[in-house]
Design a protein around this ligand. Structure first.
Ligand SMILES: Nc1ncnc2c1ncn2[C@@H]1O[C@H](COP(=O)(O)OP(=O)(O)OP(=O)(O)O)[C@@H](O)[C@H]1O
Length: 901
């Protein structure tokens, strides 16, 4: 569903136009959608568009396009000032050609060949522009929300549950427009521009070369929201992927939200280390054992150069005295055994470290998942699921490895450096001085490198999170992507995001290359120095050839261990970078928790009495939009209440508040006389069931989906629930019956089938309060009837006897929806008492309804009005009897209300 906003302060809407080259008409402009501009109308000004050359320099093309508002009231029309043919230059022409007749605008621009060459090349890169439009131009009564205006302008049917990507509305409409739609497609819109809107539409937008190559900024930012500044030319998909969009800019942020930034900006590297070490306490034993074995294996490996030196002297000096009277073979055998002990210790070390690492990854993942799943709704509004999944998988691995494998390797390197240097000093203090000259610059460089890596890792992880979330979202909604034919653009967008990660990787590769290359050079140069000086010392009999060989080997060991130390440092920084992303999740305290089964007041039984007393509510993410203003509702236990009202007035929000997904700003919501805030939320929620507009099924079997509501339900209860929900017939026809796999989000079921499974699930929860949020909204008439029948059973308005489930099942299993259910099924013999004992004598039912048929069956209809309050309430027929009433008007307004009964 499109987001529905109507900011009373906003009197400008943004109309997105897509400029497309077409073979026969040159380029055509199709106006496709709207998005709100919170801006006060301003005097007529020229609108400067800017254009991006393929060379990425920005050049204003005001002479090419210019807005004019003198003839088309309420709309900024497009003029082609320099065109020889000047089609569209006169407003009358525009009016007669497309504007006044059709519900959306399609302005033909002459063949691009008729433009001077320079402008043609400019044009080729333009993909889309945004124009401003007063809402009166498309909605003279001002009654529509932007969510309704979008499909109105778009000229194509937007399904109720159509998928909306999580970018801004203007971004969405801009990118998800069918660029070549014709006016025949649009049967819905009507535009009656009002004359007085004429002079208040044009924006004055000036070139801002600091912005990304694709966006312009208004010259008076104070008057416009960020959205308004996004008056943009979007590059042609084929244009260079290097151009940075706003999204690209966002990807440079290390933190995914301002909340995360403010929470994490105070965290220091040392603090993060401390937390990580504390977190690893379950693995202390393994890590301790590994460190002990590390000492053994390092001792063995660091003695190798010493022994090799002695062996060289032994084999090159004829009368070399063998120690302890041992033979050569015994010495070789002894050394082989010594090395075998080292190998065993190394094996143990690696095994223990890896085990500790995997154990920590698993623990960290579970902890992060547990934190995520307990977060409040605001958290999920500011953090996208793909990014969270990336934190859950990639970041946890990086963090765990950084404090296990990496610490182990780092310790080994540190031991090697210390032992190697000590041996070198022991063997020849003179030669060792050279080594001491080399170490400080390498160490300094390592620190610099590590800090760089930390920063770049944080960015890379964030960018990877962005990629993951984008990919996940698109793949999850592949039908929308393919239906709009956006595969190429999606690939391009993903490619851009992926290129950004590549760019970061390139930077890291460059610095790493320089670092390790120069390290290697320093190492080799040191070797040369040692050979030069060492050779002279051998000649002067100050040291033996064996000593020099040992020294050289120690140099190599120490050199590689120094490199190991610096990579330990950089890997640690990677871990710290990634850990910050995890600490944000671990340390965030949800504003609403449903965690504890002991916290809060527990009621022995819920009757389902719901009271809203002077409730004021604004969504935390939109604090300037009031949804409810001193709302007062009293829903008596056991009643069936229908909530009606125009789209976007807060009907679904009401359901969310009852479930306490959000806390209200003021007033009180009482459940059975107790403030909802002081109730035990876990218990309360387990007494409420909701059948949402868009039923969410899990990618598992029908049975598992049903058991989600009541894990203890017997097979028999599942069947009864399916029958009540009018779902049994189609389920039993599936080859695997109730064990049929429904696909991701129930994709392999029809909308009506999903709804009915969701209803069966709600039924199984046996709730005190049942909320049906436009449960039939997405269905065709036949499906709706079937679901409606199921709902009627739930609400009790359809006389339904459990005995009917026994044999002569009148739940029309043979006459269900879409002709698909015409096969009769074997009747079930269900002992009615079984379920009847479980069913509540009365339950409160709240139906959010558009259809009169549903409204008629309710005890009372509450009508939500424009002021965030109930404007009318009463029995359906009473309300209908009032000709001047809001409800009556609402019902007769086809655009706002579904009148088909
Ligand atoms: N999570 C959210 N954050 C901010 N605003 C929201 C959020 N969810 C909904 N809104 C806004 O709150 C208002 C009420 O939305 P709600 O879904 O309750 O309307 P509704 O009456 O149920 O509409 P419809 O009949 O179209 O389903 C709308 O303007 C909507 O844009």
């Amino acid at each position: 569903m499109f987001p529905k906003t109507k900011n009373p302060l906003s009197n400008l809407y943004c109309l997105s136009a897509t400029l497309q080259k077409s073979r026969s008409f040159g380029a055509s402009l199709n106006f496709i959608s709207s998005a709100p501009f919170s801006s006060i109308s301003r005097p007529n000004r020229n609108f400067k568009l800017q254009h991006i050359h393929s060379s990425k320099s920005i050049k204003p093309i005001t002479s090419f396009y210019q807005f004019s508002s003198n003839r088309l009231p309420g709309i900024s029309c497009l003029n082609l000032m320099d065109s020889p043919r000047k089609i569209g230059n006169s407003s009358e022409e525009l009016e007669s050609s497309s504007y006044s007749k059709d519900s959306y605008l399609s302005i033909d621009i002459p063949d691009t060949d008729s433009y001077p060459q320079k402008e043609i090349s400019n044009k080729n890169n333009i993909h889309s522009i945004l124009l401003s439009l007063k809402p009166q131009a498309i909605d003279p009564t001002g009654s529509k929300t932007s969510g309704e205006l979008v499909p109105l302008l778009a000229g194509f049917n937007v399904p109720r549950n159509d998928f909306i990507f999580s970018s801004s509305l203007s971004d969405q409409t801009r990118s998800y427009s069918k660029s070549s739609r014709t006016s025949e497609n649009d049967q819905q819109a009507s535009m009656n521009p009002s004359e007085n809107a004429r002079d208040s539409i044009a924006l004055n937008s000036e070139t801002d070369t600091n912005l990304s190559n694709t966006a312009t900024k208004t010259s008076e930012p104070s008057n416009y929201t960020t959205n308004a500044t996004k008056v943009a030319l979007i590059e042609d998909p084929n244009a260079s992927s290097k151009a940075k969009t706003k999204l690209g800019e966002e990807k440079r942020n290390v933190f995914s939200s301002s909340e995360e930034k403010s929470m994490m900006s105070g965290h220091t590297t040392m603090g993060a280390w401390k937390k990580l070490i504390l977190f690893a306490k379950n693995e202390y034993k393994l890590l301790g054992g590994a460190v002990c074995l590390l000492f053994v294996s390092s001792t063995v490996s660091m003695s190798v150069p010493f022994f090799f030196g002695k062996l060289i002297d032994m084999v090159t000096t004829p009368d070399f005295p063998l120690p302890y009277g041992l033979t050569t073979n015994q010495i070789f055998g002894g050394l082989a055994s010594f090395f075998a002990i080292g190998a065993l210790a190394n094996f143990g070390r690696v095994y223990m470290i890896r085990k500790a690492s995997e154990s920590m990854i698993a623990r960290l993942r579970t902890k992060i998942y547990s934190s995520i799943i307990r977060e409040d709704m605001t958290f999920f509004e500011i953090n996208r699921s793909g990014d969270l999944v990336s934190r859950l998988t990639v970041d946890t691995t990086i963090v765990s490895k950084s404090i296990t494998n990496n610490v182990s390797d780092g310790l080994r390197s540190a031991l090697s450096v210390v032992a190697g240097l000590s041996m070198m000093i022991y063997m020849s203090p003179k030669l060792s001085i050279i080594m001491l000259l080399v170490i400080p610059p390498i160490a300094g460089y390592a620190v610099f490198y590590g800090k760089f890596v930390k920063k770049i890792t944080q960015r890379t992880q964030q960018a990877l999170g962005d990629i993951t979330k984008e990919a996940e979202e698109r793949i999850n909604n592949i039908r929308t992507v393919q239906a709009f034919g956006r595969e190429d653009e999606e690939t391009l967008s993903f490619g851009k995001a992926s290129n950004y990660v590549y760019d970061l990787g390139k930077k890291e590769a460059l610095i790493s290359g320089i670092f390790f290359g120069s390290n290697g050079l320093i190492g080799n140069l040191s070797m040369l120095l040692f050979l030069g000086f060492g050779g002279k010392m051998v000649m002067a009999n100050e040291i033996t050839i064996g000593d020099l060989s040992s020294f050289m080997l120690y140099t190599a060991y120490v050199g590689s261990s120094l490199a190991g130390l610096s990579s330990f440092f950089s890997e640690s920084m990677k871990g710290i970078g990634a850990s910050m992303r995890l600490f944000y999740i671990l340390e965030r305290t949800p504003k609403i928790t449903c965690d504890s089964s002991t916290e809060g007041i527990k009621l022995s039984e819920y009757k389902g009495h719901i009271q809203f007393e002077n409730v004021c509510f604004k969504y935390p993410s939109r604090p300037d939009t009031t949804i409810f203003n001193n709302l007062n509702i009293d829903i008596m236990p056991g009643t069936h209440v229908a909530i009606a009202g125009p789209s976007g007035k807060g009907k679904s929000t009401l359901a969310l508040l009852i479930l306490r997904f959000y806390d209200i700003n003021s007033g009180v919501i009482k459940i059975d006389g107790v403030d909802l805030k002081s109730l035990n939320l876990k218990q309360w929620r387990s007494n409420v069931a909701i059948v949402p507009q868009e039923p969410a099924l899990f990618a598992t079997t029908i049975k598992a989906n049903l058991l989600y509501a009541n894990p203890n339900a017997s097979d028999h209860e599942l069947e009864v629930a399916l029958k009540r929900a009018n779902a049994y017939s189609f389920v039993s026809k599936f080859p695997n019956g109730i064990d049929t796999f429904v696909g991701e989000r129930g994709v392999s079921l029809s909308g009506g089938q999903k709804q009915r499974i969701a209803i069966a699930r709600a039924l199984l929860a046996d709730p005190a309060v049942l909320i049906l949020d436009e449960a039939t909204s997405a269905l065709d008439h036949q499906s709706e009837q079937s679901v409606q029948q199921a709902l009627d059973r739930l609400t009790g308005s359809d006389e339904y006897d459990d005995d009917e489930l026994n044999g002569d099942d009148r739940n029309s299993d043979t006459v269900l929806v879409n002709g698909e259910d015409s096969v009769s099924v074997t009747p079930l013999h269900v002992p009615s008492a079984n379920l009847s004992t479980k069913r509540r004598a009365s339950r409160t039912i709240i139906t959010i309804a558009h259809r009169p048929s549903t409204l008629q069956k309710s005890d009372i209809v509450l009508v939500l009005g424009d002021n965030g309050n109930i404007v009318e309430s009463g029995n359906y027929y009473e309300l209908l009897a009032n000709d001047d009433g809001y409800f009556k008007k609402l019902l007769s307004s086809k655009n706002d209300f579904q009148t088909a009964s």
